[in-house]
Design a protein around this ligand. Structure first.
Ligand SMILES: [Zn+2]
Length: 115
């Protein structure tokens, strides 16, 4: 049976046009996404017609710390307070440092626009 993974579109799951992107890093953890080229199916879960697109998805998407990172990133976007956002960003940094061993992923997160 296939494992069901709950992806978060825009963070760890992306569906660009075929060939539009060479490469994509996850916005939650900075890891290089797995890619499935020329997928045929519904692009959104809101029932659009079938189309062809590439699927980029993070290999860490099904682990709990990754879901936690995304929840915090969403909370950072929602808070109007820069001080609270800075504190929450530290929580994200801690989770990434604890769980990501790929130095390129960590470097990318430092300069990304995820937060
Ligand atoms: Zn990720």
């Amino acid at each position: 049976m296939n494992k069901i993974i709950l992806y978060h579109a825009g963070y760890d799951y992306f569906t660009p046009d075929p060939g539009e992107w060479e490469f994509k890093r996850c916005k939650a953890c900075g890891m290089e996404c797995d890619v499935e080229r020329n997928h045929i199916g519904q692009r959104t879960r809101w029932g659009s017609n079938d189309s062809v697109f590439d699927i980029f998805s993070c290999p860490n998407a099904d682990v709990s710390w990754h879901t936690e990172v995304i929840k915090i990133l969403q909370a950072i976007k929602d808070t109007p307070s820069k001080r609270i956002a800075a504190i929450m960003k530290k929580d994200v940094d801690d989770l990434l440092i604890e769980n990501i061993t790929d130095v390129y992923a960590l470097q990318w997160m430092e300069v990304s626009d995820a937060y």
